[in-house]
Design a protein. Sequence first.
Length: 366
Amino acid sequence: MRVVMASDHAGFFLKETIKELVCRIGHEVNDVGTYSADESADYPDFSRKAADLIVSGEADRGILICGTGIGMSISANKTPGIYAALCFNEFMARMSRLHNASNVLVMGSRTMGMDVAAAVTEAWLAAEPEEGRHAARRAKIVALEESLKRGDDGNSGYDRVKVLEHPLIQHKMSIVRDKNTSVKDFRDLVQEIAGLMVYEISRNLQLEEISVETPICKTKAFSLAGKKLAVVPVLRAGLGMVEGILRLIPNAKVGHVGLYRNPETLLPVEYYCKLPNDISERDIFVVDPMLATGGSASVCISNIKRLGGVRVTLVSLIAAPEGIRKVLADHPEVNIFTAALDSGLNDHGYIVPGLGDAGDRLFGTK
């Protein structure tokens, strides 16, 4: 890991000690100053140097030190993309990574001893961000940051994103992620998760009172109030979710949108589109296991709108913040439901940690 370090004059000696520790653990350190405790140094100058290296991708994380840590923390967090956490103990350091994905650790040389600072540093370097509800909350922070950069009212649309945390969904997701899960089990689990997700999503469907006759007598009961539903998988991976949904909603009609991702540009290329004739009258579930760049899902929704579809909900097993931002930017009225919101995309456009290529794992083509 590439770690950039900086301090003012008050934090110089602690920085030197922690720098040795970080190097000993095996990380690459870039010290951007200050280089002496003898001359007064302004902490904003050095926090900015470190922050710029992180947001440019030249460093993975940063460690900043001043007398109390407060000045470094405030100044570092003025740079968009920096999430600096002022930590006084191991628990704070670990939680700042697990829950908040802090990319900068800040410590105060006058508020903690060398041994505590070393323990805090080791805990912070070792921890990795957790997914699920914590990823969803972090995404809202990113969206707020972006809205402030744009100068809008902060209505990022993330209130339309829901991570479904039902224990059965999360349990099955852990098996789906496992690279050792067989094709058959993977396929069965994707169907089960899709059914559970739509069960949760459809809890607000309207009902109407009807009369039925049991073997004993007549009684009132409830039926869906004429709701017309459609399921539109994004081919090919979306096919794996359809059967699980139809088991719960057998009368739903099924459309298909065929897209593949150009491996060089990562942009979606359409090759097929067939929707129910009455798509404009239906509530539509667009299903795609992986919401990665968001390009395919966005094009699919655009095609549905072009052919008259209005009420669209996107359902994915795993989403990346990049994909969510793309869909919300293109279709701000669409609700997005996912079983997991992961940390982001790698250089090949795959979700990390993700589960690999869902299509290949569904159909055994790799």
